[in-house]
Design a binder for this molecule. Sequence first.
Ligand SMILES: [Zn+2]
Length: 142
Amino acid sequence: MLIPGSCHCGNIRFALAWDPDPKEIVARACSCSFCVKHGGVWTSCPSGSLQVTLKDASLVSRYAFGTRTAAFHVCARCGAVPVVTCRIDGRLHAVVNVNTFDGVEPSLVRRVAATFDGESEELRLERRRRNWIGEVEFVEQP
Ligand SMILES: [Zn+2]
C-alpha cells in the first residue's frame, strides 16, 4: 500500500510504501511537549520504504531537542510536521505523522497513547532501529 502525505501547504510531501499491506495502522500519540503542541501522532513500517520530496528545502526547519538524536522536519511556511528522522550508524530512519496523511481511510488508523520519557538514549536508538522505517530517501525538487 502506498500512503501519501504532506504538510498543509504541500512543500513537504511523502510517499510511504507499506509492505505488506497493513490491516491496521497503529499510530503513537507521543506525549512529549513538542508532539502535544504539534499534533505529532507517529507511525512506521519497519519493512517499508519512505520517499520525502521537498519543493523548497530552504523552507524546512529541522528541529531537535532533548537528546537531539531526532530531527523534526517542520515546514517553515505552514508549520506542519510530517516527518521525523534519526540517523543511526549512518543510516537514516524515519516515522511519519498520521495527521499529515492524504486520503487514507481514517478507520484504518488506530491511535494509541505513547510516552517515551525516561528511556535511555541507547534504548531509544535501539527501539528506533527496530521499529522505524529503515529505507528513507529525501528528494529535493530542482
Ligand atoms: Zn507546508
